[in-house]
Every structure is written in structure tokens, then in C-alpha cells.
Design a protein around this ligand. Sequence first.
Ligand SMILES: *Cc1c(COP(=O)(O)O)cnc(C)c1O
Length: 438
Amino acid sequence: MTAPTLPHLLSRFPLLHDLIALRETQWFNPAVTPLAEGLPWVGLTQQDVEDAEARLQRFAPWIMHVFPETVPSGGMIESPCIAIPAMQSALQAHFAHPLPGKLWLKKDSHLPVSGSIKARGGIYEVLCHAEKLALSAGLLQITDDYRQLADEPFRQFFSTRRIAVGSTGNLGLSIGIASAKLGFQVSVHMSADAREWKKALLRAHGVTVVEYAEDYSVAVEQGRREAAQDPHCFFIDDENSRNLFLGYAVAGVRLKRQFTDAGITVDARHPLFVYLPCGVGGGPGGVTFGLKLAFGDDVHCIFAEPTHSPCMLLGVHTGLHDGIAVQDLGIDNQTAADGLAVGRASGFVGRAMERLIDGYYTLSDDTLFTLLGMLNQQENIALEPSALASMAGPWRWDEAYRSRFSEQAQRNATHLVWATGGGMVPHDEMAKYLARLR
Ligand SMILES: *Cc1c(COP(=O)(O)O)cnc(C)c1O
């Protein structure tokens, strides 16, 4: 760790005692700003997000062609959003606290192609790269029908290029599947947390899976190193990529459309609270950016992390961002929430987004499994452990945060829990998750 010593940090930031003790805790940032003030720090604009949406539209015919499960949505990789009243009742009883407002679930767990939030950013980044290569080689014009990308000349062209990425599982799954479909040679560097079934599925798609006994940071570093040695290899940088971030951000306008269709009002008197599981930060950060652009100051985003991997809370709270890792506090980064097993947050996302994220909380693996079982029982929805991190959010407000909103606004509120993954978890794996409860 650079600069401040641990005793110095602890005296300046007493909250770190909770993190070190692995106690569930929360922190609502007193320094959040309105969107207009926070936006310049992001370094990206509404136009960038619109460009991303337009690019996804260009690719829609190809997506529909190679991933037939996207035909009903016209080649859009998008997920349903549903009310979960039975779960809301069960949670109210469980936490012994009524929730004014309504609880909804955003089912990114059921996104087509790869069954997690990574199907937004990961696939988008691969498409960006493929488009750039094909355009600059003169093989493609942006006015063309992109279905031709499935034809042999394109596959031949992409097969001479390589893509590499480091992942705890779901990013690798998304990037591996999309890259392989285009014909790229792709290697996924998987951390020790990655589930066996994800590696097997990738190998079945012809993806090279490199396994590490270490955590995410090491897998990313190795991927970066491999790519640096090969000018034809493109490294997808989960910690710093603007394109990944923009792929996630497209969720904002799309959710706004879904809310309009569902008759859900979002304005100053009807605020929207969104709870997002956070790993390195790109997924929840990008979605938050998109939501802020779509709903302005009427949407409030709160990030959720495992008690064993609270990297974003640590980075933003201390202002050290990627200059500190949970391991520097002696926290082990060992969690069953494999999608969130990240010890050091993205420095880009923390610095860009900290003014626009209302708060952060941690929860134990035991809580994650309790929530996993409850959701399965109440709503018959199966998610992976990481995705449940968002579920406790509405019950984790502190009094100071509550006092920021009128009682009427609280009664009118929509609480949206972002379910980030689990749609492709095999049956026997899910059975093991459920068995942990007994
Ligand atoms: C990756 C992931 C997240 C968090 O996304 P980051 O970009 O790493 O913050 C949350 N849930 C699941 C299931 C994931 O795979």
C-alpha cells in the first residue's frame, strides 16, 4: 500500500474497523452531488451512450442470426423487469421492518446468451472491437447488413486475431461466447473463484481457458501480459474499459422504456432506488451512469458487496480507489459470491462515479444464501449467490439516509433490485446452493 499507514487510516476512517471485523455495514456518501455537478467527472456523455445503443442496433441482425434466442427481442440483449410482492412480504417479515414503496426485480440473470449482467458490457466490447477491425480493413461499412459477419470471409478474418480477458467467471463467459461466435481465437484467464461449469461451457465453445490458483487481480494481470506479447491480441480490460462501461450504461434508457410500459412513474415525488451488486465496479458503475442519464436526480443507486470483498466501499470511502485492496486490511477476498470476489476496485469507475453513487453496504455469505433460498421459495426464481447481494438493500438504509427523503416520497418509491446473474447455473449446482441453507 502506498502513503498512509494502516493505523493512520483506521483513525481517520473508523468504518474500516467494521470491514476488518467482517461485520455487515453500510455507508451513505454525504458528498454525493446532483447529476449536473457529477457528470463532468465521468468523462463520458449521453452521446457516447447513444452511440453504444446505435452500435447494438447495427449488430442486432447478426445477434438474432447467431443467437436465435434473441429473435423475440429483435436481436436486443435485454432482460425482463418484474414486481416481486411475495418476496417483499417475506423480506419485511425477515427483517422485521415494513418497506414503504414497491419491490421490483431486474432479471439480468436471464439475459440471453450468457445469463448475467456481463452479457451487456462484455458482448458489447467484443462487438466494438470486431466492428473496428472490419471497418478499418475495408470489409464492412456501417450501413451494411451486419448479418454478413456470420459469413466465411469474416470468420476467416477474425480467426487471425486474438482476444484475451481475465475474469471471475461471467465476464469470461460473455466475452468467450461472443468472440468465438465471430471466429476470434479467444483465451479467458479464470481466477480460482470461477465455477467449473463456466469453464466447461467455454471449452465447449472452443475457448482456451487458463486457470489460476490466485484471485481475480492475478488472472487479469496474466491476461494483460499475454496480450502485450502479441500485436494481434486485444486485451479486454475489465478494470479500465470505457467500452465495457458504455455497454452496461445502455441499460438506462431501456429500463426507462420498460417502466413507461409498466406504468411506473419516476420523478421527484416518486423516487427510484436501485441496488446493484458490485465486483470491480464496471457493471454497477456503467448501469448507474445510464440510469442517471435516463432518470436524472430521481434515481438513487446503492452498491452491494460481500463482507469478504468490500473493495469499492473501501476505495471510495478512503478516497484511495485502486490504491488500496481489501487484502491490505487483512481481508481475504474469499466469498461464495464468485462474481463479486474482487479485492481491488476499478480506479476508473470509483473516480468517475463516486459523486453519483448514494451508498454502499456489505453482507455476509450466510445472508446471501438465506436470500437465495427465500427468493427461490417465494418467487420460484433461481439466482447465483452474487446476484442476491442487491436484495437486502432496501432494508439497509440508516436513519441519516432515510431523512433525505420525505415520508410521502418513501411511500411512492420503487425499489429495484438488480439480479445480476444465475440464469445459466446448472440444476445440480443450484441444488448445492439451496442445500447450504439446511
Ligand atoms: C461481474 C458481476 C457483478 C459485478 O460487476 P462488476 O463489473 O465486476 O462490478 C455482479 N454480479 C454478477 C453475477 C457478476 O458476474
